[in-house]
Design a protein around this ligand. Structure first.
Ligand code: NAI
Ligand code: A1CAB
Length: 271
C-alpha cells in the first residue's frame, strides 16, 4: 500500500536530490516524498527512489504538510505564484533558496508559516549542515518538524536573525565547493610530484576527512592541531609559510564576504 505523502520538493534538482537522498536512506524509500519539477529527466531519479512526481503544480501538493522550495532563486517568485492555490493554512514551507528573504516569500505566497534554511550538498551522504531561521509566527511544533526533516540530511544549526543566513551561505552552503577546490589543488600538486591521480586522490581525501575528524573529536582548537603538525624547521612550516606569504586567511575571508554579498545582491534583485 502506498504510504501517505508527507514532504513535497518544489524543484527536484541538485540540492533537492541531496536532501531527498538523506530521507530515502533514513526511511528506506522515497514513498512519502512528492516532487514537482518541470524537467521530466530530473524526475526519473526520484521515481527510481519510489517518490511520486509531477511536472506542474497540482492538488497532490495539498496532501503534503511540508513543502521544500528548492528551485533557483531566479525562479522562486514564478514558482511561488504557481503553487499558491494548493497551500493549506497549516502547510509548513521550508525554503533552501539563497538570498530570498522571508518577507518576499510571505508576500508571494500569502502565507506566513515559513522557515528559511541554507543546507549543503553533503546531505547526499548524510553529512550535510543546515542553518535555519524561523519567522516569529512559526510554532514550536513546526520548528521541531522542520528540524526532524532536516536532521535526515545531517546537522542543523538554528540562527536567531535572518541576516545570518547569508553568513551560513558563505560558510557551509557554498563551503563544499571551497573544499573541492582545495582537494583539486592538492591532487594537482601531488601528480606534478609524481604520484598517480588515484594515489593523490586517496591521500587528499583522507587528509581532509582526517583533519576534519580531528577538529571534531579531539577538543583541540584547529590552531593547536596545526601547530602539532608543524615541526620547527620542518616541511609543514615551509608550506604554511607560502600560504601566509600569499595571504590565504585573507583570501578565504574575502571569498566568504563575496559569497555573502552575492546573497544580499540576489535579495535586492529578486526579492
Ligand atoms: N547546489 C547547492 O549546493 C545549494 C543550493 N541551494 C539552493 O537550492 C536551490 C536549488 O539549487 P540547485 O538544486 O543547485 O538547482 P538545480 O538547477 O539543480 O535545481 C532546480 C530545479 O528546479 C526546477 N525548476 C525550475 N523552475 C521550475 C518551475 N517553474 N517549476 C518546476 N520546477 C522548476 C528545475 O527543472 C531544476 O530541476 C537554489 O535556490 C539554491 O540557492 C542551497 C544550498 C546549497
Ligand atoms: O551557489 C549558490 O548560489 C548556491 C547557494 C549555496 C550553494 N549553492
Amino acid at each position: 500500500m502506498k504510504m501517505t505523502l508527507a514532504i513535497a520538493f518544489i524543484g527536484g534538482g541538485n540540492m533537492a536530490q541531496a536532501m531527498g537522498r538523506g530521507i530515502v536512506t533514513a526511511k528506506g524509500s522515497g514513498e512519502t516524498i512528492y516532487v514537482m519539477d518541470r524537467n521530466p529527466e530530473t524526475l526519473e531519479k526520484w521515481q527510481g527512489w519510489g517518490a511520486t512526481t509531477g511536472l506542474a503544480p497540482s492538488a497532490t501538493l495539498s496532501e503534503c504538510k511540508v513543502w521544500i522550495l528548492a528551485v533557483k532563486p531566479q525562479n522562486l517568485k514564478e514558482v511561488c505564484e504557481s503553487i499558491k492555490p494548493y497551500l493549506k493554512a497549516d502547510t509548513l514551507i521550508i525554503s533552501v533558496a539563497a538570498g530570498i528573504s522571508m518577507a518576499s516569500m510571505q508576500q508571494w505566497l500569502g502565507h506566513e508559516r515559513i522557515i528559511r534554511t541554507m543546507p549543503n550538498t553533503p546531505a547526499l551522504v548524510g553529512m550535510g549542515m543546515t542553518g535555519m531561521f524561523a519567522s516569529s509566527v512559526v510554532s514550536g511544533e513546526d520548528i521541531a518538524l522542520a528540524e526532524e526533516t532536516l536532521s535526515y540530511m545531517g546537522g542543523v544549526v538554528k540562527v536567531d536573525q535572518e541576516s545570518l543566513i547569508d553568513a551560513v551561505t558563505a560558510l557551509s552552503g557554498s563551503g563544499p565547493a571551497y573544499i573541492y577546490l582545495f582537494i583539486e589543488s592538492l591532487i594537482a600538486g601531488a601528480t606534478k610530484m609524481g604520484l598517480t591521480e588515484e594515489q593523490a586522490k586517496q591521500m587528499a581525501v583522507a587528509t581532509v576527512a582526517g583533519a576534519a575528524k580531528m577538529v571534531e573529536t579531539t577538543g583541540e582548537t584547529p590552531a593547536k592541531l596545526r601547530e602539532n603538525v608543524s615541526s620547527k624547521g620542518g616541511t609543514t612550516l615551509a608550506a604554511l609559510g607560502v600560504f601566509y606569504e600569499r595571504g590565504l586567511p585573507k583570501i578565504v575571508e574575502d571569498a566568504m564576504v563575496a559569497a555573502a554579498r552575492r546573497a544580499g545582491e540576489l535579495s535586492k534583485e529578486l526579492g
